[in-house]
Design a protein around this ligand. Structure first.
Ligand code: ACM
Length: 645
């Protein structure tokens, strides 16, 4: 006990420790960590010994900048063995099997820091862990006045659970510049993600230059600027300027691919076909089978689909490439030739999701195709398309991955599946022997609201941090080897700027990172929540936005059918140890108001519930105001409205 107490006292001043919890704020949690007594202090002149720098040069430059800018200390890197090295980066001569290609060993002692790995990627991840051990100000992009820069003494050996640890950024709905994508990569690698999926094409924009198809970027990359509630905008007038958007040139892509590679990130390009193709159709209307497609334009957020309640949907404009139109196959050949040449990653994502079939059903060309190819239904028509696409992609030396709809009507022989409509598509694909990447809406959709709808920017669904963290990517019923990993997706219909993009990504992507890197048995929600809290101040230093929704109350209204649909409300918090205070009298509650201790009934005539969370007598969550009418609507209380009396 006394040793533990001594250790905690020694470490109390280190900002890399979670306040008052005496544990390292490391995310994802490493496989093995031993905390030792004492600390290492950065000397006023820092020497990094990296004898074999192959593949590591840009990472060493990043490390140099990280260490020198905030501290003001000069940092040099040497390839020579030096006994006085501050940090030693060593590639194992004989591979250490448990570490694999991405694992590392990190030792911090009072005298020196050592990172060992089999491959440069492992050294890179060891560096990321080391940075999390240093004070938060190490993330500053300007000099910081601090007398000592210390890291606790530790021994860590660490390696990932999955090889595919991805984040998807939708650059079609809202275009993000090359620099913004680079900044995104810089953030994701801190949590050891190694794959950036770029959703490059959709109804709202075609984002990549393709030689021989100039209209894709002349027309397809531009829409009319709209702000507000996406999906509800009126049709743009013919004279409104189409100047909102952008695209990446081939040189931009080469630069991004190299930037990512230097940070051990692969970029997975997605061309979303045959649905979600309005930008392509607006550029080349002859790819459609629908008369009038020459009047179509790139979507600016107007309504183009009918999402029927209880499943099913139909398109109001034909936003599909027509499988019965032979012109689409040479078009796709040209597109995939460019994509395959620019992106070295082994897979190309071909989309396949949410393809409306209502225009195909009316098309004579599609009917003839069905007869000729003996296709029984529209799913088989899409499957016919996917198999041809797979052949094109494979002819470029690449493998196909697609959203789980590509399973319907028969999966192309070598395709991998990205399971998004829950996990059932992933299970079905794995049972057929296909590789699977798990990215279910139910756990990994970062466009969903992460807190109460009354205070979050509105989206049609919610996904709280704790739920994301609870995800186990390998279903019981399948061969685990076929689940090659997972990724979280950030769709950007409602995301108009980088600050909001960051808000939606963090801290939920920390939960995703831990699900994909750390051993299943090391996952622990309370411990994770504490570490997240330990890391958030680093994001303040970096000036990266994040959500604090994890500290807000969760409001769960329920109707009591037995009591004439009267309404009760349960309040809870994701993070333990918080107090919830509430009011029904329209005033703003503080810690002198009633403290929540059990399910609430709504007082007769009350019109508003207000709640706020506190910790140790200080507000920590945001105040949430919900009209009683809204609570009733959420609970599905029937008219006439009852307030529990
Ligand atoms: C998707 O979310 N439509 C893949």
């Amino acid at each position: 006990m006394r040793i533990v107490a001594l250790l905690l006292t020694t470490l109390a001043g280190l900002t890399s420790f979670c306040q008052d919890h005496g544990q390292l704020a490391l995310i994802p949690v490493p496989v093995n960590v031993t905390i030792n007594a004492g600390h290492f202090e950065l000397p006023k002149t820092i020497l990094i010994e990296a004898r074999d720098q192959q593949g590591l040069t840009p990472a060493l430059e990043d490390l140099k900048a990280h260490l020198s800018i905030p501290t003001g200390y000069p940092v040099t890197v040497t390839t020579q063995p030096r006994t006085d090295a501050t940090i030693r980066l060593v590639l194992n001569k004989t591979a250490e099997a448990t570490l694999g290609a991405e694992g590392y060993f990190l030792s911090v002692t009072p005298d020196a820091i050592l990172i060992r790995a089999n491959q440069p990627a492992g050294l890179f991840y060891g560096i990321q862990t080391l940075l999390q051990l240093l004070p938060k100000e190490i993330e500053s992009r300007t000099a910081v006045n601090r007398t000592a820069w210390q890291a606790p003494c530790v021994t860590i050996s660490d390696y990932p659970r999955f090889g595919w640890r991805g984040l998807m950024l939708d650059v079609s709905r809202h275009f993000f510049t090359k620099q913004e994508v680079k900044d995104f990569i810089d953030e994701m690698v801190k949590y050891k993600f190694n794959l950036l999926h770029m959703h490059l094409t959709d109804d709202e924009g075609w984002r990549i230059e393709v030689k021989g198809l100039p209209n894709l970027t002349k027309t397809g990359a531009w829409s009319v600027k709209r702000v507000g509630s996406f999906g509800t905008f009126p049709d743009p007038a013919p004279n409104e300027p189409r100047d909102y958007g952008g695209f990446y040139t081939a040189d931009d892509i080469r630069e991004l691919v190299q930037y990512a590679k230097d940070r051990f990130v692969n970029i997975l390009p997605e061309v979303d076909v045959p649905g979600h193709s309005l930008a392509a159709i607006a550029s080349y209307p002859e790819l459609s089978c629908t008369p009038g497609a020459d009047k179509y334009h790139v979507r600016s957020g107007e309504k183009i689909m009918d999402w029927h309640k209880g499943g099913g949907f139909s398109a109001l404009y034909d936003n599909t490439l027509c499988p019965a139109n032979e012109k689409i196959y040479p078009f796709l050949d040209t597109v995939f030739t460019t994509i395959a040449a620019l992106f070295p990653f082994g897979y190309i994502h071909v989309g396949g999701d949410e393809c409306a079939k209502n225009f195909w059903e009316k098309s004579d060309a599609v009917k003839q195709l069905m007869q000729k190819q003996h296709l029984k239904n529209m799913e088989e028509v899409q499957s016919y398309f996917e198999k041809r696409v797979e052949k094109i992609v494979e002819s470029k030396g690449k493998k196909v991955i697609g959203w789980d709809e590509i399973l319907e009507g028969g999966l192309a022989p070598n395709a991998a599946v990205m399971s998004w409509r829950g996990v059932k598509g992933g299970i079905a694909a794995a049972k057929l022997g296909h590789q699977v990447v798990m990215s279910p809406t139910t756990f990994f959709y970062l466009d969903y609201m992460q807190g109460d709808a009354a205070i979050e920017p509105p989206v049609y669904a919610s996904l709280r941090l704790k739920t994301t963290y609870s995800y186990e990517p390998v279903p019981d019923s399948v061969d685990p080897k076929l689940i090659i990993g997972g990724q979280a997706n950030l769709w950007t219909e409602q995301i108009y700027n980088v600050r909001h993009m960051q808000y939606m990504i963090w801290p939920r992507s920390m939960a995703v990172a831990e699900c994909l890197w750390s051993p299943k048995e090391k996952k622990d929600w309370n411990n994770f929540a504490t570490r997240v809290e330990g890391l958030l101040p680093r994001m303040d230093v970096e000036q990266v936005k994040y959500a604090r929704s994890m500290f807000d109350a969760t409001i769960t209204p329920t109707k009591d059918v037995a009591a004439f649909d009267s309404l009760t409300v349960a309040l809870s918090t994701e993070v333990s140890g918080l107090d919830i205070y509430y009011s029904f009298d329209n005033s703003n509650p503080d810690n002198f108001y009633p403290k929540y201790s059990g399910t609430l009934s709504i007082p007769k005539d009350a019109t508003m519930l207000k709640v706020i969370t506190y910790r140790d007598g200080k507000p920590i969550g945001r105040q949430i105001d919900v009209p009683v009418l809204d609570l009733q609507r959420r609970a599905g209380v029937r008219e006439p409205l009852s307030t529990g009396d």
